[in-house]
Each structure stands twice: as C-alpha cells, then as structure tokens.
Design a protein around this ligand. Structure first.
Ligand code: ATP
Ligand code: MG
Length: 573
C-alpha cells in the first residue's frame, strides 16, 4: 500500500476523553473513530488488525475441531423467554420491536439461538459431540462503556458452544477450548494467565478467564507467588484455618458498653480504642426473601459472590432497615450475633478471634470481650471474604499476590442449564432421552487487540507483535525527490509484495522525521530506511520497532532477510 493513498488519519494530540494508552493510541494511529457512546467504526488500519486477530482465532478454533457458523444478530424474544433470560438479563439487553409489535433483542450472546438450532437438528448420541462457533457482532448496553473498544457497547466476539453426551466428553471439549485459547493468546503475542473464575451455581472450577496482565485492567486477579494457582478476585479461595485451642474461661467477662451514635467499624474502633481486627462486623442480608446474619472480622470484606454460592440463592441483597429492626430489635449499626432472630453464618476470619467487640442488638450499645464458645456459638463457618494481598495460597500455603488484568477470553462449562430450560435432548445409547451438556467459550476480538496495545507500547506509539501488526514492513525513502532513492524503494516494495509481505511504501513528500514518527505511532514492526548515505555502501537500514535496534543490510540481501525475520517471528512451537 502506498502511504500517500491510504485513509490513515494520524494525530499528534492525545484525545482528552481517552483515559488509557490503547484507547489514545488507537485514536491517534487512525485505527478507530467513535460514532456514539461505546460504538466505534474501524478505519482501514484498525480493521486489518481485527482481521488478523479473527484469523488467528479462526485457525485455532478449526484446529480444535470447532466448525464455523454465522447466526443472526437480531433474536426473537420468545427464545429468551424460554431460557428465562428475557426478564433476568436486565438493561444490558437492547430490546427492539418490529412493525408487527413483536419483541426482539440485539444479541449480547447466543446461547439461546444455538440451543434452539441444535435441539432441532441433533437427535442421537451419534451426532455428538459438536462444537460450533461464530465471529460476530454483539451488542450490550453497558452501563459504563469506556476505554474505546475495550469496553464498548457494540463489539466483535468469537463465541463457541459445545454439545456433549456425557460429562467426560464435556470435559474433553472444555480442555480443547482451553488449549486453543492458550495457543490463540500466545500467537497474539500476549502475556496472559488463565485464572479460575466463578461459575455461579454450576460449581467446580469449570470456568476460566484468560487475563492479560495490565495495570489499566478493570479486573483484579489473585495468583500464588509459588505454585500456579490463579483465580479472579471473586473466586479466589481462602482455606479454613486451624482452630487453636482456646482458654476463653480465663478471659475477662463480656460487658455491654454505651456507644451513642457509634455505628461503623471506624466509629467503634475510635470510640473503644480497638483495632478493626478486634471487632466483628455483623451484616444482615436478605437471601431469597429470608434474613441471614453474616459475620466477618472488622478489617475484612464480604465477597458477595462467595456468599451467594454458599447460600445457593438467586437473589441476595443487603437488608432494608425494617428487616434489620425485625431481626435485631435495633436500628442499623448495632447488629451482633447474640440473640439475633435469623440464621447466622461466619467467615473463617472469626475462628481464633478472642475478646472482640460485637453489636449488642440494642440501640447505642456494643459488647466487648466477647468469645465464641463461651458467650455464643457459631455452627456455620465458611469462606466468605475477599482475598487480600499476602493471604495464603489455598493450594500450597505460600503468599498470594493481587495484580490487575484485562479479561480477553472466557471458557465456561454450562452443564444442562440451557438444554434443560429449552429442552435440548438427545437419545443416548442406553435408549434414554437426556439433556445435552453444554459449554460456551468467548473471546473479545477488539478487546484482544486493545489489550495487546496496553501491554506493548512506548511513548512514541504502538509496538505491534508481528502476528497482528496491520502491516509487517514500512519502507521509508528519506527523500522522494531523489529519483535513485525512490526507484530503489519502489523495487524493494514490489519485491516484498511479491514475496507475500504486507508493506507500506511511505511515498509522501514529507521530512524523514515526520515519516519516522508516523511509522512509530502506528507500530509497524520493521522499518526499512532507504537513504543516500547507506546506499553509498550498497546498504539499507532495517530498524526493528522493538527493541529499536538498527541493522545495515546489503541491498541485495534485504528481501531474504526480511522474509526470514517475519517467518521466524510468526512461528510458535
Ligand atoms: P466483563 O466482565 O468484562 O463485562 P463478561 O464476563 O461480560 O466480561 P463474557 O460474557 O464472558 O464477558 O464475554 C466474552 C468475551 O467478550 C469477554 O472475555 C471479553 O473479551 C469480551 N467482552 C465482553 N464485554 C465486552 C465489551 N463490553 N466490550 C468489548 N469486549 C467485551
Ligand atoms: Mg459484562
């Protein structure tokens, strides 16, 4: 491609509404333009990158035995009513109505459509397993679209769905996708980590998120400093501590204290001159309509996902004031375990606490010097709190660390959730009618490209890995008015194009400085500078965007050198 003919509007200024590097650089490098909030157009440079990511994804999905389909973006409401998600999905679902007053949505995901498709076509175990995927546009009316295409409303996703006859086969399908994802993100040049993710009521560790490590990431993930345990913060486990034998009888007796208007942990600590770790927080939740008191050490926080899974409930929210009054007999701020009229569950952090403070279930009162076993009992201990930096690994006992990441992919074992709701059955070899066991597997195409920029850029611009670079080489004749230079640059360009290399010839009548700046900004991995000085020695300069090194290569060898370099960089073992 000749630069002079390209639709490639680069800018020097950093757009003020772009907060993170990938968003800023995609705008500056003329890759994307905003149409409306969370809705973007890809310009030629950006779309080339998208196509490259898609092709890597496609190749690896095909290699893993998945077959490509293409489903409609517009989906009838009836299907979503069958699965129960028409009401459950909430405002992220963009609903539309046609001229006949029929309801539809613009698909945020395709479990319903694929399940309906497969249940009508697959009848027996002989037709299983199957894995179908598509690369298609989704719409989610995100509450806070931001970071450009990283969290947009309209975005491209690869979504795959597996259908199996039994658990063993379903696990095999899952493993194949897990391996395919590992290859995909490796080929995209990303540094990533699969982390265990919350799989809701389905249980087990059958959900992994593929996280690209980046400080700008919206997600927090926990990993062990010693073994390979990694989980997202929602899922990260804490092991049950060993119970130490106590001597509670020797401790001072508990005592009620008057604590006027002292409600929060901070206020209690200041008033009684104790540390948060010596106070028990009693939080009242409403779980499917029933009140539950949840106890956690004052310096820790409840992880609602863990709580929800432990209780196995559909709806969970902090209780309203009237519920609190009903179960504790006092207004908000003074709840405690003693005499409370609800089920009590305690986080492991309460084990081994001694002489602590709790609410008295009486307005303006707390109780100090409380001890479990002596003053009240806890029957129900569970892992309910959020992991903190420095907690111990549930697998090996070494220290855990928390880092930030971007979720680029998600593999999920669905079980029979959709096949049951939508009656997708098959006839098994034992003659029985059974539900198909499903898995779903997503990759954000644009988010993957953006995550790559987050990880790979410098103050001059993007540094594309060869595999997803929009072009592999840019040839820069330093002065296009020099006929000899232009001719040599042109010959090299034609030669490389003939070799199947993706090349830009920067034939603009600009100063070399301007050309170099643009080449760095758009992040082309290899720049060949054709200048009079090197040519006097029969050479051209080959500069690698990363790490910025320059090599002088004899003109007659440069084609072979570039082709080989590119092939080397594209191959993964
Ligand atoms: P998130 O927690 O970031 O909202 P999600 O759990 O809703 O993600 P999935 O439903 O698992 O995401 O979708 C599969 C993949 O689609 C994600 O791993 C991500 O790469 C991509 N994705 C999801 N939402 C967006 C979005 N708003 N913009 C761009 N890509 C997205
Ligand atoms: Mg989401």
């Amino acid at each position: 491609m000749r630069y002079s003919e390209m639709f490639l509007p680069t800018t020097k200024e950093t757009p003020s509404d772009a907060e993170i590097a990938s968003h800023q650089l995609m705008l500056r490098a003329g890759m994307i333009r905003k149409l409306a909030g969370g809705i973007y157009a890809y310009l030629p440079l950006g779309y080339r990158v998208i196509r490259k990511v898609e092709n890597i994804v496609r190749e690896e999905m095909n290699r893993a035995g998945a077959q490509e389909v293409f489903m409609p973006a517009v989906q009838p409401a009836e299907l979503w009513m069958e699965s129960g998600r028409w009401d459950m999905y909430g405002k992220e679902l963009l609903r539309v109505r046609d001229r006949h007053n029929r309801d539809y949505c613009i698909g945020p995901t395709h479990e319903e459509v694929i399940t309906a498709l497969v249940r009508d076509e697959i009848q027996t175990y002989r037709q299983l397993p199957r894995n179908l995927y598509q690369i298609q546009t989704k719409f989610r009316d995100e509450i806070r679209p931001r970071f450009g295409i990283m969290r947009s409303r309209e975005f491209g996703m690869k979504d795959a769905y597996s259908f199996d006859a039994d658990e063993e086969s379903a696990e095999e399908s899952y493993r194949k996708m897990f391996d395919a994802y590992t290859r995909i993100f490796t080929r995209c040049g990303l540094s990533f980590r699969p982390v265990e993710a919350d799989s809701g009521n389905i249980g087990g560790s059958f959900s992994h998120e593929f996280m690209v490590t980046a400080d700008s990431g919206e997600d927090a993930m926990v990993h062990c400093t010693s073994c390979d345990y990694a989980a997202n913060l929602e899922k990260a486990e804490i092991s049950r501590p060993e119970e130490k034998a106590g001597h509670a009888t020797e401790y001072p007796p508990m005592a009620e204290v008057h604590t006027p208007d002292v409600r929060t942990i901070e206020e209690v600590c200041a008033f009684l001159d104790v540390a948060p770790r010596d106070v028990v927080k009693t939080m009242i939740f409403t779980c499917d309509g029933e009140p539950v008191a949840v106890l956690v050490r004052g310096n820790e926080d409840i992880n609602e996902a863990k709580l929800r899974n432990y209780l196995g409930c559909d709806s969970l929210e902090l209780a309203m004031d009237d519920t609190i009054l009903e179960v504790t007999g006092s207004p908000r701020g003074f709840a405690g375990p003693m005499g409370i009229k609800s089920r009590i569950i305690a986080d492991y952090s309460l084990m081994n606490m001694k002489n602590f403070v709790v609410g008295a279930n009486r307005e303006d009162h707390h109780i100090k010097n409380c001890n479990i076993g002596r003053d009240f009992e806890i029957k129900d201990y569970a892992d309910l709190r959020i992991v903190r930096e420095g907690d111990v690994c549930p697998r090996c006992g070494k220290e855990l660390r928390i880092v930030r990441g971007i979720e680029v992919g998600h593999v999920f074992k669905l079980g029979v959730k959709y096949s049951k709701a939508m009656n997708a059955t098959f006839l098994d070899r034992d003659g029985k009618e059974k539900y198909m066991i499903m898995g779903c597997y997503g990759i954000g195409i644009g988010r993957t490209a953006a995550a790559c920029i987050e990880q790979s850029h410098d103050e001059d611009g993007i540094i594309w890995p060869m595999a997803i670079a929009p072009f592999q080489v840019i040839i820069t004749p330093v002065n296009i008015n020099d006929e000899n230079l232009s001719k040599i640059a042109e010959e090299l360009y034609n030669g490389l194009v003939a070799d199947g290399i993706e090349v830009i010839l920067d034939d603009r009548n600009e100063r070399p400085g301007v050309k170099f700046k643009d080449a760095d900004l758009i992040g082309i991995p290899i720049r060949v500078t054709v200048g009079a000085k090197s040519l006097a020695e029969g050479k051209v300069e080959v500069r690698f965007r990363k790490p910025g090194e320059v090599e002088k290569i004899p003109l007659e060898e440069v084609r072979g050198f570039i082709t080989k370099t590119i092939m080397d960089q594209l191959s993964i073992s």
